[in-house]
Design a protein around this ligand. Structure first.
Ligand SMILES: Nc1ncnc2c1ncn2[C@@H]1O[C@H](COP(=O)(O)OP(=O)(O)O)[C@@H](O)[C@H]1O
Ligand SMILES: [Mg+2]
Length: 479
């Protein structure tokens, strides 16, 4: 290549460079364009923000601002502190409750209580806490020991004091060593008035309430006969009157025997009221006849008992009840006009008929309710007594309570608590407040139809000879 050619070439490159240079560097105009665009963008953003602020203004003024102000003036921080304190106290309470219910603490508490009253077995061991179950108002505390159920029951009063609760029932637990105590802080009322709203049906008689306010009833279909024990003034006669009223009100047939001759005067025109031993003997014989009559009826239709018979035949055969208030007086005649032999015979016959009646009549719907303050063998012998499944005892001496309830539990009752009694249910006992019956309610009952018996002349012995008249039967039904 020549040198001229070479310089030519260089010059051309410089030109080319000049030309290309225009394309690489921004010129003044480009710079102006950029800054203009940037400025526009800033302006647009500002406008957008302003619009957004204007749009948000109601939210800020209507909600955010007032919320901040209100929070401030309503002690938000104080409230938060309080909430924290509540949560802390709750945790504290829970843990204390857990501690209280923990077996360790309970065990110590109970051993302390048993020590106080020296309640221990022959090896000087105190009962051991075995568990606690709480259902509503009832706390069932379970203990393991070598003490018998009877020992627990006889200490009931003292246990109630040291455990600071009411023991409602003492039951054998899952084995012979375990005893369950049903306890409650509830109290029995001192007085419960009878009200006709409690009435149920013939044969099912509400007599009072237990400590939980449940109605306690006597159901003759299960208990056959009732033995009522208790020292004078406890409430036996009032209970007899309550039962008498319910029997009559529900259409049952009632014979009352009472030898004082004063307690049932108001019943005299409502049912048969007996004040005389020969009359009682006659009534017992009449009941035997009624039983024989019913036996035939039942056999005809293959019925096993009165309810079965009524169901099978669609009839409404009524139950009979013989109530003897103060059985001791029924079993021992004090009458200077009768010679010893006659007295002995009547006494023997009454005892015999009571014995067979208690055993045989109840299936036929003929029931006995006997009351006594001393239910020993001279008054009612063991075999006869066994036929009285219903047992209730008001405040009584130990001996009476033991015979009626097979426990001295009723001797612990307070003699000021009138109408307060224990009933026996299987091997268990229930304290009840018996409804107080008001004589005025007798006006709600119809008067009885007069029978020959009512026209009897006092002293006309012939009228009283046995086997003459029969009591009303199913043929001559109630009013
Ligand atoms: N269920 C009762 N509720 C309240 N008081 C009663 C109740 N039963 C009896 N009383 C009171 O006790 C007294 C004696 O009762 P009562 O039935 O005559 O005893 P008892 O026949 O056992 O000797 C009654 O006059 C009455 O004031
Ligand atoms: Mg009485």
């Amino acid at each position: 290549m020549s040198s001229k050619n070479k310089s030519e070439e260089i010059r051309n490159k410089n030109d080319l460079f000049e030309i290309e240079k225009e394309k690489i560097y921004l010129d003044k105009k480009d710079k102006e364009n950029l800054s203009y665009a940037e400025k526009r963008h800033k302006e647009n953003t500002a406008t957008f923000n302003t619009i957004m602020t204007i749009i948000k203004l109601p939210y800020i003024l209507g909600y955010k601002l007032p919320k901040t102000i209100i929070s401030k003036i309503t002690f938000k921080s104080t409230r938060e502190a309080q909430q924290k304190e509540i949560a802390r106290l709750k945790r504290l309470n829970d843990s204390k409750e857990r501690a209280r219910n923990s077996n360790v603490l309970k065990e110590l508490e109970f051993i302390e209580a048993f020590k106080n009253i020296g309640f221990k077995d022959k090896l000087n061991k105190y009962p051991v806490f075995n568990g606690l179950e709480i259902i509503g108002d009832r706390e069932t505390i379970s203990f393991k020991s070598n003490l018998s159920l009877t020992e627990w029951i006889s200490k009931k009063e003292q246990l109630e004091t040291v455990l600071n609760t009411n023991i409602v029932s003492v039951r054998q637990g899952e084995n012979k060593q375990i005893v369950d105590l049903d306890t409650t802080k509830n109290k029995l009322p001192k007085l419960l008035n009878w009200d006709d709203d409690y009435l149920i049906n013939d044969g099912i008689f509400p007599i009072g309430k237990d400590i939980f306010g449940n109605i306690v009833k006597f159901e003759f279909i299960y208990i056959a006969n009732i033995l009522v024990g208790g020292a004078p003034r406890g409430g036996k006669t009032k209970l007899f009157q309550l039962l008498s009223y319910q029997i009559l009100k529900t259409g049952g047939k009632l014979i009352i025997a009472e030898f004082k001759g004063v307690d049932y005067q108001k019943f005299e025109n409502k049912c048969q009221v007996i004040n005389d031993h020969q009359e009682l003997l006659k009534a017992l014989k009449d009941l035997r006849k009624e039983m024989e009559k019913r036996k035939k009826l039942f056999r005809n239709v293959g019925a096993e008992n009165i309810d079965d018979y009524n169901q099978k035949t669609g009839s409404n055969l009524k139950r009979y009840y013989l109530l003897i208030d103060e059985l001791g007086e029924a079993m021992e005649i004090v009458n200077p006009d009768l010679d010893k032999k006659t007295k002995d015979n009547i006494e023997k016959d009454i005892a015999e008929l009571c014995k067979s009646g208690a055993r045989l009549y109840s299936a036929f719907g003929i029931h006995f309710v006997f009351g006594t303050q001393r239910p020993d063998v001279r008054v009612i012998e063991g075999q006869t007594r066994d036929q009285f499944i219903g047992r209730i005892c008001f405040k009584a001496v130990k001996n009476t309570s033991n015979i009626v309830l097979e426990s001295d539990i009723a001797s612990n009752l307070n003699s000021d608590d009138k109408g307060r009694a224990y009933i026996k249910i299987g091997a268990d006992y229930k304290e009840v407040q018996v409804f107080l019956f008001n004589d005025d309610m007798l006006k709600n009952l119809k008067n009885k139809k007069l029978t020959k018996n009512d026209l009897k002349i006092v002293g006309a012995e012939k009228e009283n000879t046995f086997d003459e008249k029969e009591i009303e039967t199913i043929d001559i039904d109630i009013d």
